[in-house]
Write a protein that binds this ligand. Structure first.
Ligand code: GDG
Length: 457
């Protein structure tokens, strides 16, 4: 029996975190920030795991959204989520910057959990519903759902990069993954390069014919195209003008000792984000005297992430060692050049930090998009502030006026950080004005509208 939702989001996680018995709060993170507003407007439902293992919950309402929890066992969290999603696909899709784990047990769990999500979607979807499946954890759902419900329109969006064939071909289950995605009517990517990689792989691995963005699968046409995700420019632009945010930004600078330059990094603590690279560059600038003691402070917010996955445990140790070394060698009593915070903050505090920072340092080794870069731009209506941006972030395709870097090139990174610190107000405002035009036009609404218009066309 079909369900009643004419619009469905299917994602690994529900867009909420539990804050007490039956108390929920909208969660931070790229995906939620982007999609929650769309769902509220469309009065649809969101299918996803609620975050606690071995627990079944009934559907519930939160913040104007109908939420349908999918249960996961403790073992599935380990094998499907921490395992195949975050120890296999995540590193494979990010240039193999860590070594992917290939294990049949992880794959079996991934398939099983994808099947459960597909069944939940099939039950909730009204006849001819629109179903929008999100991200790398659920790449088999489109084909599984199509088998159960050939009447629905299925879109899929990949938030992380789609790798070139040379890397993707490592995957023992490469055919199954491609076939899973091809169950969708529209497969969206962050960059045109991702769509091109996918199309080429479909031809090479599955022998499918294609023309431009269209792949021919039996009697169907599947479109593969880029839809660069964005942020809620308007909301941030209004928020940072509020007196309490302005006051907090000034207070942050005071607390840091009013240095000439505040540099800022905001990332999940993830090995793709290039946190070690930027700290190395900053540490060397202090050590070689390019930056005088007390002249600059680097604030690094590293939000806790995937804390049980081995690579992440190692990364945390290595970053914390590095921070300790820099502060130990370059600091003075009461003066620490790196302020490292392994904590989560609320939106207001992040906005105040963006406003307080002279130089935003975004240096991923590979990143689907990177919303932090776009959030920083949205907050700088004062046209001050410099964005240092890795050419390997999806955002680099759009944000050409940023100070571009190759994060693997330490000398280049040092030079660019200095250039950004010393840029004239005129240069900064010229760049920021153009960056803001781009993000204001292509905001998150535009992203969702473009994707859904293409899906429903
Ligand atoms: C994936 C892709 C793609 C971070 N710390 C806190 C916090 N955040 C928010 C940021 C930003 C989001 O989380 C992070 O988004 P990113 O895009 O930078 O990175 P991923 O988490 O890796 O996201 C990425 C994205 O999906 C969307 O498609 O851009 O490439 O990897 O919004 O502000 N938010 C709060 N407290 C924190 O401590 N409230």
């Amino acid at each position: 029996m079909p369900g009643t939702s004419s619009f469905l989001i299917v994602a690994n996680r529900l867009p909420v975190d539990r804050v007490g018995e039956d108390m929920w709060r909208r969660s931070p993170g790229g995906l939620v920030t982007a999609i929650a507003p769309v769902l509220q407007r469309r009065e649809g439902a969101w299918i996803g795991w609620h975050g606690a293992p071995d627990e079944r919950l009934d559907p519930f309402e939160h913040d104007g959204m109908h939420l349908i929890p999918v249960p996961l066992s403790e073992q599935e969290v380990e094998l499907y989520y921490e395992g195949f999603s975050n120890a296999t696909l995540w590193p494979l899709y990010h240039d193999v910057v860590a070594t992917p784990v290939y294990s049949r047990a992880l794959w079996d769990a991934y398939r099983l959990v994808n099947e459960r999500f597909a069944r939940a979607a099939a039950e909730a979807a009204a006849p001819d519903a629109v179903v929008w499946v999100q991200d790398y954890q659920l790449q088999l759902v489109p084909a599984m759902l199509r088998r159960l419900r050939p009447d629905v329109r299925i879109g899929f969006f990949l938030h992380i990069p789609f790798p070139p064939g040379e890397l993707f071909q490592q995957l023992p289950w490469r055919r199954e993954l491609l076939e899973g995605l091809l169950g969708a009517d529209l497969v969206g990517f962050q960059r045109p390069g991702g769509a091109a990689n996918f199309i080429r792989l479909c031809r090479k691995t599955l022998g499918l014919q294609y023309q431009k963005h269209e792949i021919y699968v039996e009697d169907r046409v599947v479109r593969a195209e880029a839809f660069p995700i964005s942020v809620d420019f308007g909301e941030l632009d209004v928020l940072v003008r509020e007196p309490h945010i302005v006051a907090r930004a000034q207070e942050i600078r005071r607390d840091l000792g009013n240095p000439e330059h505040v540099l800022l990094g905001v990332d999940r603590l993830d090995y793709t984000k290039g946190i070690g690279q930027r700290l190395k560059a900053f540490g060397e600038l202090l050590a070689d005297g390019s930056i005088k003691p007390g002249e600059a402070v680097f604030v690094q917010i590293a939000t806790p992430s995937r804390e049980r996955v081995e690579e992440y445990i190692r990364l945390r140790d290595s970053i914390e060692l590095q921070v300790g070394r820099i502060n130990g060698e370059q600091g003075e009593l009461g003066q620490q050049p790196v302020q490292y915070l392994h904590q989560s903050y609320d939106r207001d505090e992040l906005a105040a930090l963006y406003l307080a920072a002279d130089v935003m340092v975004v240096t991923p080794l590979r990143d689907g998009m990177n919303l932090v870069a776009k959030e920083y731009i949205s907050c700088r209506h004062d046209l001050r502030g410099a964005l240092v941006l890795s050419e390997f972030a999806g955002a680099a395709e759009e944000l050409k006026q940023a100070f571009m870097v190759n994060p693997y090139d330490v000398d280049g990174l040092k030079r660019t950080m200095l250039t950004a610190m010393r840029a004239t107000p005129h240069d900064l405002s010229r760049r920021m004005r153009s960056l803001r035009r781009r993000v204001a036009t292509y905001d998150v609404d535009r992203w969702a509208q473009d994707f859904l218009a293409a899906l429903e066309a």
